[in-house]
Design a protein around this ligand. Structure first.
Ligand code: ZN
Length: 463
């Protein structure tokens, strides 16, 4: 097992005079409150000024700010950071077929650059924990997952990379080209190796692995079943794409003689250790199955809009008790890559589709914080501002030109422009200060991602 956990910061951090949206079970908010951070954890939260804290190494007057839990991203593909702006006018299957040949040319060095770009965009938009779904592992491409993990550790984000896989290529009736997939045996062996090498189950873990075969149309039934068995033997979570588009539904009916949710059930893929990306096209019966089994959903509003996939039934999923988190999805179908933007799109798109009472700003914030924590199995550790939980906190400036006059600060964050991010703490350590990364040079990351994108485009014969 490897961890990249930094030692607990010495001394306490005191944040005062902020509007605090705790996202605790009662949605408690303190219009002018305080939080005390000790080491990796939140020690105290409450209304008014902080009590006397003798060993405070930092006191922050957060007047004019909203303090929320750090946002949790539950679905992404970091490697796609290098293929943004391509296949601009396509639905999912056409978009995939256009991009697979380029993705088949990635390697570990390119993925390091991509992960830094993707993680930087997440951190700068208030995200403190992110899952990533890596599933393209071309032969001879080096240590792709290791490169990504190193890149994220450098920036200081809490990370849930998944070891994804594809073993159903065109010759077997799948969608990816033959050179983009692995054998079933190689995929399983690599997944097990990734878990053994990196998965850290401890309370304040910065690194947890999940097993993540890609989708029904790129993965064999055997790999789905075997991955579920492996994950349960190892005690890690399971992740995949499901019910994203009508074309996928049709594919499942043709190949498996059943819809995606029934297929997942048939291969052991419903359960409280599973979370599914998208779940857009869900019947009432599908939602019931998710609710009864505790299967989670990563909803990705911008990506679903970009690929014209539809709008997930988030209000119905929440009403049924399904754990729902927010995801940006891969940057090739969501060029913004910013999680805070998704709060607004989640609310707006669901209202367009399901009506004005579909979601409130506070429900949207819950999905983006404690909902995501639940989906990743970490609701006891992150996702709300409560004593004993890990100090993953986002401090938003809400009395500047963009938000001054909006008295409801939570509404300002969700309905308004993304506010400037004054401070982002992960595990009690500042990783963003005044909108800038503290641990890396942003211009260097931008240069490296541009160079890596050019290299990949050349390799793929696009330029
Ligand atoms: Zn995805």
């Amino acid at each position: 097992m490897a961890t990249d956990r930094t030692p607990a910061p010495a001394g306490r951090i005191v944040i005062e005079n902020a509007h605090i949206a705790t996202v605790d079970p009662h949605d408690t908010e303190h219009p002018s409150g305080h939080v005390v951070v000790a080491g990796h954890r939140i020690e105290a939260v409450g209304p008014g000024p902080a009590p006397e804290v003798p060993d405070a190494v930092r006191r922050i007057d957060a007047s004019g700010h909203l303090l929320t839990p750090g946002l949790v991203n539950t679905h992404h593909h970091f490697y796609q950071w290098l293929t943004r702006g391509l296949a601009q006018n396509a639905i999912l299957f056409d978009w995939l077929v256009e991009l697979y040949p380029t993705w088949a040319k990635i390697d570990d060095e390119l993925c390091h650059a991509a992960a830094q770009g993707a993680a930087a965009a997440l951190l700068k938009s208030g995200c403190t924990t992110a899952a990533d779904h890596a599933y393209v592992f071309p032969r001879g491409a080096g240590d792709i997952l290791g490169a990504e993990i190193a890149a994220v550790a450098e920036l200081g984000m809490r990370f849930h990379p998944t070891r994804g896989s594809m073993d159903r290529s065109r010759k077997d009736g799948g969608l990816p080209p033959d050179n983009a997939v692995e054998t079933t045996e190689a995929a399983l062996a690599a997944t097990e190796e990734a878990i053994d090498r990196w998965h850290d189950p401890s309370f304040d873990s910065m690194l947890r692995i999940a097993a993540a075969p890609c989708s029904p149309f790129s993965v064999s039934t055997e790999l789905m079943r075997e991955c579920a068995a492996l994950a349960r033997r190892k005690g890690v979570r399971l992740h995949t794409h499901g019910s994203e588009t009508l074309e996928e539904e049709k594919y499942c009916h043709e190949l498996f003689k059943m819809g995606p949710t029934d297929y997942f059930e048939s291969v052991g893929w419903l359960g409280d250790d599973v979370w599914m990306a998208h779940s857009v096209h869900m019947s009432d019966a599908d939602i019931d199955k998710f609710a009864v089994t505790g299967t989670g959903v990563a909803t990705c509003p911008s990506s679903n809009a970009r690929l014209a996939a539809g709008v997930a039934r988030v209000p119905d999923l929440l009403r049924a008790g399904v754990p729902v988190g927010l995801g940006v999805d891969g940057a090739a179908s969501n060029e913004s890559g910013e999680l805070a933007t998704e709060l607004r799109n989640l609310l707006l798109f669901n209202r367009v589709k399901w009506g004005a009472d579909a979601l409130t700003p506070r429900q949207a914030l819950r999905v983006a914080t404690i909902g995501g924590a639940q989906v990743l199995g970490r609701e006891g550790e992150i996702g709300s501002i409560e004593p004993g939980k890990l100090a993953d906190l986002a401090l938003w400036h809400t009395d500047g030109i963009l938000h001054a006059g909006i008295t409801d600060k939570t509404a300002a964050l969700v309905l308004g422009a993304v506010p400037p991010l004054t401070l982002l703490l992960v595990n009690g350590t500042a990783v963003v200060e005044n909108g800038r990364l503290t641990r890396a040079d942003e211009e260097t990351i931008a240069r490296n991602t541009a160079a890596a994108s050019t290299t990949l485009a050349r390799r793929a014969g696009l330029t």
